[in-house]
Design a protein around this ligand. Structure first.
Ligand code: AMP
Length: 282
């Protein structure tokens, strides 16, 4: 695996490889890698000639400075895991390389309502930060294919919108969520859960299954409230439980029995914020 730390160096290398006909796949991450990340890298390796993994804990997407400070960093383990599955390139930039003019006064992206609902509502500015870092990473690497996780459903929609704004030809692949045997979606944040918290954490998955199983045409408020109760019984403090149109992410309180739906949850065990989602009827 080749490790690049400087933007200019990786750009020059990738352009050279593309000129010789190789197709580049990219998986942007914030590190503390788990099997979910590795599954995206495997998908990229299968479909492209050269796979780039980036590790960068992006300060501009953390609305909560405490969350940024506590974000797990396990670089040595990450490098070992990447070597083990033969990832070609690791891009490990520092803040000055991603934001040469500093982290304030950065570009603002018009994401419409996606910026203000669900994650956008509870993490103001989060998706602006995601777009800022993604624009920069994609401009530096210019991959042909981009692999991201359905686990961050709204983020995938935001990045799709960003690619349109950038008039980019990069193809976005949204890959399935990898879960622990008890259903908990794999996440770098899971390692911050204490043992009792970890035992309660699968209640998110169970609530999503409950929604899927009990979904009926008509008003959805009672069903959503019941899923919220299930979370609270497991000591979750809930940001949102929502059912939304799977294509547009517009939250719904009434279902016509036809529309494709996705259920989304964000909730805290203590100060560890977990998110998950599930397609309801596709
Ligand atoms: P992160 O390091 O959390 O920014 O995640 C990097 C990429 O991995 C994002 O595209 C995530 O959606 C994806 N990802 C995170 N968790 C999972 C998971 N459990 N299964 C599949 N992909 C995931």
């Amino acid at each position: 695996m080749i490790l690049f730390k400087r933007a200019n160096d990786i750009t020059a290398y990738i352009r050279q490889q593309q000129a010789s006909g190789l197709r580049i796949g990219m998986v942007p991450t914030m590190g503390a890698l788990h099997q979910g990340h590795l599954s995206l890298l495997e998908a990229s390796k299968k479909n492209t000639n050269l796979t780039v993994c980036s590790i960068f804990v992006n300060p501009t997407q953390f609305n909560d400075p405490g969350d940024f400070q506590k974000y797990p960093v396990t670089l040595e383990k990450d490098i070992y895991a990447l070597e083990k599955i033969s990832v070609d390139i690791l891009f490990l930039p520092d803040v000055a390389d991603i934001y040469p003019r500093g982290v304030t006064g950065l570009e603002h992206y018009d994401l419409g309502y996606l910026d203000h609902i669900l994650e956008g509502q509870y993490r103001p500015g989060h998706f602006q930060g995601v777009c800022q870092v993604m624009n920069r990473l994609l401009t530096i690497v210019q991959p042909d294919q981009l692999y991201m996780g359905q686990k961050d459903y709204q983020q995938c929609m935001v990045v799709k919108k960003l690619l349109e704004i950038m008039r980019s030809t990069i193809v976005l692949h949204t890959c399935a969520t990898l879960r622990e045997p008890d259903g908990l979606a794999m996440s770098s944040r899971n390692m911050r859960l204490s043992e009792p918290e970890r035992k309660k954490a699968p209640a998110i998955y169970q609530s999503l299954l409950f929604l899927k199983k009990n979904l009926r045409q008509g008003n959805l408020s009672e069903l959503v409230a019941q899923a919220g109760s299930l979370l609270k019984e497991n000591d979750f403090s809930v940001d949102y439980v929502a059912i939304a149109n799977a294509a547009t992410l517009e939250p719904l309180l009434q279902w016509d029995g036809q529309e494709k739906l996705v259920a989304l949850i964000a909730a805290y065990q203590r100060d560890v914020r977990l998110i998950d989602n599930m397609l309801m009827n596709s």
